[in-house]
Every structure is written in structure tokens, then in C-alpha cells.
Design a protein around this ligand. Structure first.
Ligand code: SF4
Length: 235
């Protein structure tokens, strides 16, 4: 398992910091401060932040201390670390500990392929199904990386977690059922979310995914930011 618990770094590469509503999961609608790191070990075909994964931008190099001060200066209880894959970045460990010590609620949005001993109130785990695999030369590496059972087991055991699956249609359901069985995961914490990058795609697919979720005993996972802003950055 890629456990990288012993290394920490004083800085991290930042794609953006912005304040918006949480669009997904149990905290949907909550005023939140988002911290997006650069870099991802996956290459999902429908990635909605390619500037952190397929074509990663350089980003802003900030020290953990600077970033912590910047975040705590905002009067915002909920802080969300997202990416890319935020757990690739060693600096998230001291950052999350400092934020929680200061009384902030910390959510980490991760695909669950890397473990770090962060401090988090909620791990928002979005396992990547086979519908995420790109064609061509990136397929093999993505396939080999997207499911890391030992990492998932540790995240589920050590943190309060929710599960968000990006779904295109009924063909995805058997794979989700298998995943839940394999990982002995709590079905009541599972959200099915429409695979959409624009408001129009979301409006088209959301009713069908809502029906699938209801029929399968899952929760429908809204994507409020996609419904409202599509793939616009900084919102
Ligand atoms: S894990 Fe997230 S950031 Fe990385 S490629 Fe997939 S959708 Fe994009």
C-alpha cells in the first residue's frame, strides 16, 4: 500500500482557493472554503479539473504556514481539501492538523488511492469505477491505480467517511455492488452522482440517476456546482 506517513513537506502546490457552497454529499449546500492542490495519479476520462490532472498547471507554491494563516483569516467553518488528489501532497498532513486544532471542520475529497495520516472530520471518498478509464496509452496505468483496497480499508477504518460514485447509467450498478461487498462498506453512506461536466448534461442525466439511486437503496448525490455553473473554475 502506498503509505507515505513519514514524509512531510513544508509547502504544497496550490491550484486555487475559493469560497463557495459544497456541491456534493452530506454537506451539500454548506458554505465552504475550497483548497485545490495540483497533481493527480489518475486520468479519469471525464475529469472536470484537467488543469490538476491531465494537463497539470504549475500552480502557486505556498508554505503550509502561509496557507494556514490565509485560510484561518476567512471566517469560514468548513474547509474542503480537494484536487487533483490532495493526499498526494505531504503538506496536507500538517495543514489539516493545524486547521482542526483551530476548530475548523475539515473535509478531504479523495479517490482513495493514497493514505496519509491527516486530521479530518470527513473523508469524502470517490472511488473510480471502470467508466473513468480513458482510452489509449493512459488506460493501463489508470486501471492499475484506481482501486487500492488496502488504502480504502484504512480510510474507512480510521475516519468518518462518505462514498460518492460517479454514475453514467444502470450498467455501473453491478460494479458498485461488488465494490461495496469487497470493501464491506456502509450502504447508507453511498451517494450516486450523475457524470456530467456541463449544466445541460447534468439536467439531462440527473433524473435517471436519481431513479437508479432510489430503486437501488442508495442516496442521490446532487452536484449543485455543476448544475449551476458547469465546469467553471473558482466557484
Ligand atoms: S481523480 Fe479526480 S482529479 Fe484525478 S483525474 Fe479523476 S476526476 Fe480528475
Amino acid at each position: 500500500m502506498p503509505d507515505v506517513t513519514t514524509r512531510t513537506a513544508p509547502s504544497l502546490r496550490l491550484s486555487e482557493v475559493f469560497r463557495s457552497i459544497q456541491g456534493e454529499g452530506e454537506l451539500a449546500g454548506t458554505d465552504s472554503l475550497f483548497v485545490r492542490t495540483v497533481g493527480c495519479n489518475l486520468r479519469c476520462v471525464w475529469c472536470d479539473t484537467p488543469y490538476t490532472s491531465h494537463a497539470p498547471e504549475r500552480g502557486e507554491r505556498v508554505t503550509v504556514e502561509e496557507l494556514g494563516e490565509r485560510l484561518l483569516a476567512e471566517d469560514c467553518e468548513h474547509i474542503v481539501l480537494t484536487g487533483g488528489e490532495p493526499l498526494l501532497t505531504p503538506g496536507v498532513v500538517p495543514l489539516t492538523h493545524a486547521l482542526r486544532e483551530a476548530g475548523r471542520h475539515v473535509t478531504i475529497e479523495t479517490a482513495g488511492t493514497v493514505f496519509r495520516p491527516v486530521a479530518a472530520d470527513l473523508i469524502s471518498l470517490s472511488p473510480k469505477l471502470s467508466n473513468s478509464t480513458p482510452a489509449g496509452r493512459r488506460a493501463a496505468r489508470h486501471e492499475a491505480t484506481r482501486d487500492a483496497p488496502a488504502v480504502v480499508a484504512r480510510l474507512l477504518a480510521e475516519f468518518d467517511s462518505q462514498l460518492k460514485f460517479v454514475v453514467e447509467g444502470p450498467d455501473d450498478l453491478p460494479e458498485i455492488e461488488r465494490w461495496l461487498l469487497d470493501h464491506n462498506a456502509d450502504r447508507s453512506r453511498v451517494f450516486l452522482m450523475p457524470q456530467a461536466r456541463t449544466s445541460a448534461e447534468y439536467a439531462r442525466l440527473a433524473p435517471a440517476i436519481r431513479r437508479l439511486a432510489e430503486e437501488g437503496g442508495f442516496r442521490f448525490g446532487p452536484r449543485l456546482h455543476v448544475a449551476r455553473w458547469g465546469d467553471r473554475r473558482g466557484v
